[in-house]
Design a protein around this ligand. Structure first.
Ligand SMILES: Nc1ncnc2c1ncn2[C@@H]1O[C@H](COP(=O)(O)OP(=O)(O)OP(=O)(O)O)[C@@H](O)[C@H]1O
Ligand SMILES: [Mg+2]
Length: 236
């Protein structure tokens, strides 16, 4: 069952926010486990105060020694597993990536962040060299303005695409509602629109992101099945 891992060696780019938004969206339709592998346990802390949706479980008891087993156990139990890591390039990242069906690399729109995203991509390439398996991934632009497309952002986005780096069509906009999820310890769905501005827009944004993740998982699965299909044709 699909495991989606959020990776970025840079702190504060929106990994935890994007991971929790995705988990809550998917949990509206199917059971999800979040493996909170950040030693500060931001998602577990959120879950302690939140009225947790029935479909959402959070596992925080993980470290380098246990992460592979924990992800495997979670994947056997729930259709979706989402892994949130701290902002580092430590060994635990490589271990989590080894279990991933899709890696999401959140990135904010500055040149510095683009360099950090390249470091994350290098980790994926390193993993591919070690194991012979290429993990599908996509860069997710985060905290972007819903109104204006800055020149820096446009430049970075086209630079990534020119370099053959897959970039999510959906960007996570800068929204108060995405911060409110943590401060009110509620899911986006449960927040009160009278207390949080543009909640409907934030909800739509999170839905698009989740839909694109599903689409990319499907595409990755179809891609990985292609060689078998070709060899069947060859054998026929
Ligand atoms: N799309 C967004 N809109 C508004 N605020 C955001 C958004 N994404 C992240 N933030 C805010 O930015 C800060 C950092 O976000 P977050 O904790 O998700 O990043 P992170 O990559 O998980 O950080 P770390 O590396 O420390 O784990 C938080 O205060 C969060 O509320
Ligand atoms: Mg985090």
């Amino acid at each position: 069952m699909p495991t989606i891992v959020f990776v970025s060696p840079k702190g504060g780019v929106g990994k935890t926010t994007a991971a929790l938004l995705l988990a809550s969206e998917l949990a509206r339709a199917a059971p999800v486990t979040v493996v909170d592998a950040d030693p500060n346990h931001p998602i577990a802390a959120w879950g302690k105060g939140a009225a947790l949706p029935a479909n959402l479980s959070i596992l925080a008891d993980v470290d380098e020694d246990t992460i592979i087993d924990r992800i495997e156990e979670a994947a056997a139990r729930t259709p979706f597993v989402i892994v949130d890591l701290e902002g580092t390039a430590a060994k635990i990242v490589l271990l989590a990536v080894s279990q991933a069906d899709l890696v999401v690399i959140p990135m904010q729109g500055s040149q510095l962040d683009a360099e950090q995203a390249s470091r994350a991509i290098r980790v994926l390439k390193q993993h591919e060299k070690m194991t012979g398996r290429a993990v599908p991934y996509g860069v997710l632009l985060t905290r972007t303005s819903p109104i204006i497309r800055t020149r820096t952002m446009g430049h970075i986005q086209s630079g990534l695409l020119d370099a053959g780096v897959p970039v999510f069509d959906t960007q996570l906009n800068e929204r108060e509602a995405f911060r409110a999820v943590f401060s009110f310890q509620q899911t986006l769905e449960d927040l009160d629109p009278r207390e949080v501005s543009n909640l409907d827009k934030a909800q739509a944004n999170a839905e698009w992101f989740a839909a694109e993740v599903i689409e990319r998982l499907r595409a990755a699965r179809a891609g990985s099945e292609t060689p078998t299909a070709t060899s069947n044709v060859g054998a026929a």
